[in-house]
Design a binder for this molecule. Structure first.
Ligand SMILES: Cc1cc2nc3c(=O)[nH]c(=O)nc-3n(C[C@H](O)[C@H](O)[C@H](O)COP(=O)(O)OP(=O)(O)OC[C@H]3O[C@@H](n4cnc5c(N)ncnc54)[C@H](O)[C@@H]3O)c2cc1C
Length: 391
């Protein structure tokens, strides 16, 4: 059995950023598992544009190397803004080739502790040992669906993360449920592929992000109110960009800040592409039943309607118990709250040597960990912890 100082589980922005940093520690033996940028390739719609702006979309590497600017220089071609999904995936894979050319793309079936670190079992049965494990497995396991749509055939109701190609809905009547970027951009893309779309939002309004662009025209004010990490509204953006301050706030303030920073909203540049699509707000669903190959949906505002498909852009609810690779014994040992692991400095859980990066870190370190721009904080904190432990 091979033995490693650190195994990194995941090859999205967080896992790759961790690889870039940890591999700069002399002598530290690391192994990285995961399919590079798989969530972005398989669980987001082709044609999507990233909501995060340029400065908030660099995957962190030591000394700011491997930024989007470095990628553009290496590729020698222009990268437009907003950044197309296809190009961000290419950036991530380019990053991966620099920092983890030896990436092992096998899925991890199980992680367990063995009293002297962890045993990590691949899908085809190889077991490797490591002293620490960094879980950067993303949010794919956490897709959340309103109960009313549970148990329906996939052809009639699916989650937005189930699709990378929306062309299959061309010519169909589709109801998109949700009021965030995923729902609004999904609806725009659906209409552009020839579907007949409407959007149903639970909240009383749809929020469009526009203020930042206006305020940023007054440069010093823009810089004062918005961090380049670009998570959250004016002012709050600066707090959220500093997870060490966020951690010191009273719990109630942290929760309010998290909710406010990630409330559902659409990017201002998307608004014109949604114009003309029927958007219903304050909608509650009572039932959804298959009838002759279609879905009969009953809602609080329109009563009974028939759709060919309901696309649930209803987000993600973090619950690390849904990471099937965590053995029940290991899971039991992790202090959790509402599905999130409680993390200490270095994003280490209550199980020594078990770290979580990305969205599962948001309860402890705030909403910036839900986005690519959080790699700059999370991975530096992780690296400090691991470097100290190996001194
Ligand atoms: C529609 C949509 C649009 C978004 N747009 C933006 C945006 O514009 N900007 C932004 O900052 N954020 C955006 N996000 C948030 C984005 O998902 C996160 O910022 C980002 O994916 C976090 O990276 P990650 O490395 O934590 O996870 P991921 O990118 O999901 O990577 C997870 C990795 O873990 C691997 N993995 C999982 N399970 C296993 C296993 N059992 N064995 C081996 N490997 C495994 C996967 O193969 C993958 O390599 C968006 C999210 C959605 C849903």
């Amino acid at each position: 059995m091979s033995s490693w100082d650190v195994v990194i589980l995941g090859a999205g922005p967080y896992g790759l950023s961790a690889a870039a940093h940890l591999r700069a520690i002399p002598g530290l033996q690391t192994r990285v598992f995961g399919e590079p940028m798989s969530f972005w390739q398989q669980n987001m719609p082709a044609g999507m544009l990233l909501r995060s702006p340029w400065d908030a979309t660099h995957i962190a590497a030591p000394n700011g190397a491997l930024s989007l600017d470095a990628y553009v220089a290496a590729r020698g071609n222009h990268l437009p803004a907003p950044i197309p999904l296809r190009r961000f995936i290419d950036y991530g894979r380019w990053f991966q080739r620099q920092v983890a050319p030896d990436l092992d793309t096998r899925k991890i079936a199980q992680v367990d502790s063995n009293g002297n670190g962890f045993l990590v079992k691949t899908e085809d049965g190889e077991v490797v040992h490591c002293r620490r494990i960094v879980v950067a497995a993303g949010i794919a396991a956490f897709a959340s669906r309103p109960r009313v749509f549970d148990g329906l055939p996939f052809d009639l109701a699916s989650h937005s993360s189930d699709h990378s190609d929306l062309n299959r809905f061309s010519g169909k009547r589709v109801l998109v449920v949700g009021g965030g970027q995923s729902a609004l951009e999904g609806a725009a893309l659906l209409r552009e592929t020839g579907a007949d779309v409407e959007i149903a939002v639970r909240n009383p309004n749809v929020h469009w992000l526009g203020w930042k662009g206006k305020i940023s025209k007054i440069k010093p004010l823009g810089r004062l109110l918005y961090s380049p990490r670009d998570v959250g509204p004016a002012g709050l953006s600066q707090l959220v960009a500093r997870p060490d301050y966020f951690r010191k706030l009273p719990r109630g303030v942290q929760e309010w800040t998290d909710r406010r920073a990630i409330r559902p909203a659409g990017a201002g540049w998307l608004q014109h592409r949604v114009t003309g699509i029927k958007v219903r707000t304050g909608v509650h669903f009572e039932s959804a039943l298959p009838v002759a190959g279609q879905l009969r949906v009953t809602s609080s505002d329109e009563g009974i309607q028939i759709f060919d498909h309901v696309l649930l852009a209803t987000g993600y609810r973090i619950d690390i118990a849904k990471y099937k690779f965590l053995s029940p014994r290991l899971l039991d040992g992790i202090d959790r709250i509402g599905g999130y692991p409680k993390l200490k400095a270095g994003l280490e859980s209550s199980v020594a040597g078990l770290h979580f990066l990305g969205a599962p870190g948001a309860w402890s370190f705030g909403p910036v960990l839900r986005f690519v721009s959080g790699t700059y904080y999370a991975v530096q904190a992780l690296t400090r912890r691991i470097a100290t432990a190996y001194e």
